[in-house]
Design a protein around this ligand. Structure first.
Ligand code: GTP
Ligand code: NA
Ligand code: MG
Length: 454
């Protein structure tokens, strides 16, 4: 977690040896991604630290969240899924608004965290040593006195900022009161392409991984013990060649089997279906390798999973998945599955006047609704939808024609518009705004409203 551009995705890229960040629209994360880091990789990555303790966790499931202010809901969802967080702070910027917000979410849920003090290479005069994997050595032995002083000055300032938030922090190798005082690990996750190619680089990252694993082993013995109760959240809904509409989920607790009966929350009501295939990405990846996935008969938590099943088209991201056991009451489960969506539906204007809002996930839809609802903007919403813009959406939006002309508009975030829908929109005079960066959409639409007002 952390403020926009603190380097969360790069940090993960550096651990995985991938380059997801540069593929993002505007370099901004707008969804929650999950990556499994197997114990072998962590062992390999931390061997330079010569930790004597054995690594006896199976691995870590890492969830990347967006830092942009519009995505409070996704940060909240992400922090709700995790056992421990990495709070990424840019050493040049210190604590920023979304750092504070993340901190509040962590405090609220009583979630432990480690601070990654990132971009240490930005300190004036910092010398990078590709072979240095241990940040303490790098700072104490390889940098000039000026850089060391600069580092201490920035660190002290940031520790003070944390103290102002009621949080004690300390450089991890000086921290004698772990538990009371949170650890700070200085990191470098991106300085040049070299780091992407040679993923053994990345100062501080082995230190961070080792701390995470040690923490897990020490404090989570009970919670790490596998529990039967299924806790599973939908991250994304995606059409995949050969599998139809699939859902990407994070299984936090319990087990999924091929053939399990499940209930998910859908745009048009609850969906009861059966798991046809349980798929995972290759370890250390956030995207499929050559379009392929690994198949499983059963999967235990914690894992990021792709589920293929019939009828998932209208599944809403961010919602829980429920397993139906032989003696369960399906109707009760369906009702539970639909609870959250009702709260979003309640934000639609009672007057029936307003714009039509469409987004790829419930999370981004919530972000859009939140924005439109701010006093400075105050744009009413008449209807919402999740997924591509179809003719039927244009038809519904065109109904605003007789009411309020300026609202005869579809705001479409991160979704496709079908050619037929475009055609109909032109015919009916419905304006469709699309964007893959949420605030670009706001800008366009605001310009449109301002135009109409003139
Ligand atoms: P959001 O997901 O949009 O909130 O941002 P993020 O926190 O994931 O940050 P991201 O990984 O997108 O990095 C933001 C920018 O900082 C990119 O241009 C990175 O190349 C750069 N960056 C990240 N880590 C480092 C670092 O350790 N050193 C330097 N110099 N630049 C970094
Ligand atoms: Na970014
Ligand atoms: Mg990111």
């Amino acid at each position: 977690m952390g403020h926009v551009d603190a380097g969360k995705t790069k940090l993960l890229d550096c651990i995985r040896g991938t380059n997801v960040q540069e593929g993002e629209a505007g370099g901004i994360t707008q969804q929650i991604g999950a990556t499994y880091l197997p114990a072998e990789n962590i062992r390999d990555r931390t061997k330079g630290l010569k930790a004597d303790a054995k690594l006896n966790v199976r691995g870590l499931l890492v969830i990347d969240t967006p830092g942009h202010e519009s995505f409070t809901n996704l940060r909240s969802r992400g922090s709700g899924l995790c056992d421990i967080a990495v709070l990424v702070v840019d050493i040049m910027h210190g604590l920023e608004p979304q750092t504070m917000e993340s901190l509040d979410l962590l405090k609220m849920r009583n979630t432990d965290f480690i601070v990654a003090l990132n971009k240490v290479d930005r300190l004036y005069g910092w010398k990078t040593h590709g072979d240095t994997r241990i940040v303490k050595e790098s700072i104490n032995e390889k940098q000039s006195k000026d850089v060391r002083n600069e580092f201490t000055r920035s660190l002290t300032q940031i520790i003070t900022q944390f103290k102002e938030q009621g949080i004690n922090t300390e450089l991890y190798y000086d921290n004698k009161e772990r538990g009371e005082t949170y650890n700070i690990v200085p990191t470098i996750s991106a300085i040049s392409d070299l780091l992407v190619r040679d993923w053994n680089n990345g100062e501080g990252i082995p230190d961070l991984l080792l701390l995470l694993v040690q923490w897990a082993q020490k404090t989570m013995v009970k919670r790490l013990t596998y529990s039967e109760e299924v806790q599973c959240t939908v991250l994304e809904v995606k059409v995949v060649e050969g599998h139809g509409t699939t859902i990407d989920v994070v299984l936090v607790n319990g087990v999924h089997h091929e053939g399990d009966q499940i209930v998910v929350c859908g745009m048009q009501g609850p969906v009861a279906t059966m798991i046809r295939a349980l798929l995972t990405l290759h370890p250390m990846r956030e995207l499929p390798v050559k379009g392929t996935y690994l198949h499983h008969k059963e999967i235990k938590a914690a894992q990021g999973i792709k589920i293929a099943a019939q009828g998932l088209e209208h599944t809403i991201a961010g919602m829980s998945i429920y397993i139906v056991r032989p003696h369960d009451n399906v109707e009760e489960i369906k009702e539970a599955a639909m609870k959250d969506v009702k709260s979003v539906m309640s934000r639609i204007a009672k007057s029936g006047e307003g714009v039509y809002v469409q987004a790829s996930t419930l999370g981004s839809l919530e972000a859009l609704l939140e924005f439109l609802n701010t006093p400075a903007i105050n744009i009413p919403v008449s209807a919402i939808s999740i997924g591509p813009v179809h003719r039927k959406d244009v038809m519904k939006a065109s109904a605003m024609l007789e009411k309020r002309k300026e609202y005869r508009t579809i705001l479409a975030f991160d979704v496709k518009v079908t050619p037929k829908a475009r055609e109909l929109a032109d015919e009916l005079g419905v304006k469709i705004f699309t964007a893959d960066i949420i605030y670009h959409l706001f800008d366009q639409f605001k310009a449109h409203i301002d135009n109409l007002k003139e």
